[in-house]
Design a protein around this ligand. Structure first.
Ligand code: IDP
Ligand code: MG
Length: 237
C-alpha cells in the first residue's frame, strides 16, 4: 500500500517535472518544485540565479502545498535537480586570438571533461565601449586601451559554465595571467605564449562572476537543465 502511494506520487511529480520541461510557460513550476524539494529535505532553499529566485518567490505557496501531499515522492525524486539549483556559475570567454587560432573546441572540451556544465554560449563582436565596461577595473593600467581595442577586434566566444567550485577551479584550468608563468597542463600554459594574447578570460570571484554574467547575457539566455552525467559527477559515499 505504502509503496503504491509512493509510486503514484512519484509518477505525478515526474510528469509535472517533465511537462514543465516541454513547456517554457511551465518552467516556473519546475523551479518551484526544485526549491520545494530542497525545503522538504530540511535545508535552506538556495536558488542561485536571480530569475530563479524570482520564479521561486512568485510560485512558492502553490507548490509547497502540493509537496505536502506528495511527501515520499518529493523526498526521493530528482536529488540532482535540487543539487543543480545550488551550483555556482562563472563567466568564461575565448578572446579573439583563441577564436582565430581555432581553439574553441579544445577549450570547451577541457571544461566539459572536467564535469562542468555549459549553461550559456554565444559568439559576439563586442564594441570598444562594451570591452571597456568588461575591463572597467583595469582602466588605470597602461595596457587598458590596447586591451579593449583587442577584445573588440573580432569574435569573442562568451560562455557561462556551472558547477561546484567552478569560479575558482575555472581559474585553475585557465592558468596564470601571464602564459610565461602558467603551469603546463593549464589552458594558457599549454596554448599561449604572451600576456597580451592569453586567449581566454575567466571571472576571478563570485562578485565579478555575477557582474560579468549580467553584462554579457540576458537572464533568459541562461539555460537551467539537468545533465545526465550529474548523478555520476556529484555524490558522496
Ligand atoms: P586575468 O585575465 O588573468 O584575470 P587581469 O589582471 O584581470 O588578468 O588582466 C586582464 C587581461 O589584461 C589579461 O588577461 C591580459 O590579456 C591583459 N593584461 C594583463 N596584464 C597585462 C600586461 O602587463 N600587459 C598587457 N596585457 C595585460
Ligand atoms: Mg581578470
Amino acid at each position: 500500500m505504502r509503496s503504491q502511494i509512493y509510486r503514484t506520487a512519484s509518477r505525478t511529480v515526474k510528469s509535472l517535472l517533465s511537462a514543465s520541461r516541454s513547456s517554457p510557460l511551465l518552467c516556473e513550476g519546475r523551479t518551484a518544485a526544485v526549491a520545494t524539494l530542497t525545503t522538504f529535505r530540511g535545508r535552506i532553499p538556495t536558488v542561485t540565479s536571480f530569475h530563479e529566485r524570482a520564479q521561486y518567490k512568485s510560485s512558492q505557496s502553490g507548490w509547497l502545498s502540493a509537496a505536502l501531499t506528495l511527501p515520499a515522492a518529493a523526498y526521493m525524486l530528482h536529488d540532482q535537480e535540487a543539487h543543480a539549483a545550488e551550483l555556482e556559475r562563472t563567466f568564461i570567454a575565448i578572446k579573439p586570438d583563441g577564436v582565430q587560432r581555432g581553439l574553441i573546441s579544445e577549450i570547451i572540451s577541457r571544461f566539459e571533461r572536467k564535469g562542468f556544465k555549459l549553461v550559456a554560449i554565444k559568439l559576439v563582436v563586442p564594441s570598444k565601449d562594451f570591452a571597456q565596461r568588461h575591463y572597467h577595473d583595469l582602466k588605470e593600467r597602461p595596457f587598458f586601451n590596447g586591451l579593449c581595442d583587442f577584445l573588440s577586434s573580432g569574435p569573442v566566444l562568451a560562455m557561462v559554465w556551472e558547477g561546484e567550485g567552478v569560479i575558482k577551479y575555472g581559474r585553475k584550468l585557465i592558468g596564470a595571467t601571464d602564459p610565461q608563468k602558467s603551469e603546463p597542463g593549464t589552458i594558457r600554459g599549454d596554448l599561449a605564449v604572451v600576456v597580451g594574447r592569453n586567449i581566454i578570460h575567466g571571472s576571478d570571484g563570485p562578485e565579478t562572476a555575477k557582474d560579468e554574467i549580467a553584462l554579457w547575457f540576458e537572464p533568459r539566455e541562461l539555460v537551467s537543465y539537468t545533465s545526465n552525467a550529474e548523478k555520476w559527477i556529484y555524490g558522496a559515499n
